[in-house]
Design a binder for this molecule. Structure first.
Ligand SMILES: C[S@@+](CC[C@H](N)C(=O)[O-])C[C@H]1O[C@@H](n2cnc3c(N)ncnc32)[C@H](O)[C@@H]1O
Length: 216
């Protein structure tokens, strides 16, 4: 099977795609998604903007927790799969790039979720998208950012580097993009106008979940 055919096969169903994501992360994507959902939905009815929804794994969790969801992805295929998986018309689906969120209405979301998509973006796109976020949050709103980051220096960083090649190959097969760990996710959030509230890590410190609120 050629790599393109394998990519199409993996992308062909949310189940296969999700199984691939679990493989890349040694199963840690599951607690990551659970943590993202818990941090994003403080109470039923919260309006959540999910950027880079992919096949809808987090979208489904957000809905199950009672959120109203606006889900965005630049890939029409991903939106289609997420829509099929979630099986509801209660989600507002936006087929657009993350950079276009600057056109969304001010103070309209209780939380913004960016799960495993910041590492797909260039540093300048990330900075633009993150700077557009505070304006979209209602008072008391929060940003929930989860992604691959640099593991702490030492043996965990060495292990992360050794695992990069097979991980990057599978990542390319799954989403057709070569993601890079975000070197300083906390710093990027602070430079975009956020104050960090909490941080959790998995996978030897290489998967991080940060919750942040707009700085006063
Ligand atoms: C690795 S998947 C993660 C999907 C989902 N958030 C999850 O945790 O399972 C990354 C998703 O982000 C989307 N994405 C990446 N860069 C984007 C951008 N600049 N604008 C919109 N979507 C983007 C990709 O199309 C892909 O569906």
């Amino acid at each position: 099977m050629s790599s393109l055919a394998l990519m199409r096969w993996l992308e062909g169903s949310p189940e296969r795609y999700d199984a691939g994501m679990r493989l890349i992360t040694f199963g840690q994507v599951t607690p990551l998604h659970a943590g993202v959902t818990e941090a994003a939905v403080a109470r039923p009815g919260d309006h959540v903007l999910e950027i880079g929804c992919g096949t809808g794994a987090v979208t489904k969790r957000l809905l199950d927790r009672g959120a109203r969801v606006t889900a965005l992805d630049q890939s029409p295929d991903m939106i289609e799969r997420a829509r099929a998986r979630v099986g509801t018309d209660t989600v507002d689906w936006l087929e657009q790039t993350a950079a276009e969120i600057d056109a969304l209405p001010e103070a309209s979301f209780d939380a913004i979720v960016l799960c495993l998509c910041l590492s797909d973006m260039s540093a300048s796109e990330r900075a633009y998208v993150l700077r557009a976020c505070p304006r979209l949050l209602a008072p008391g709103g929060r940003l929930v950012a989860a992604d691959e980051v640099h593991a702490p220096p030492g043996w965990r960083r060495v292990l992360q580097r050794l695992g990069r090649l097979p991980q990057a190959a599978l990542g390319w097969l799954l989403v057709g993009a070569l993601s890079q760990p975000v070197a300083d996710l906390g710093g990027e959030l602070e430079r975009a106008g956020f104050a960090l509230q909490s941080e959790q890590r998995w996978l030897g410190g290489s998967l991080a979940l940060l919750v942040a609120e707009p700085s006063a």
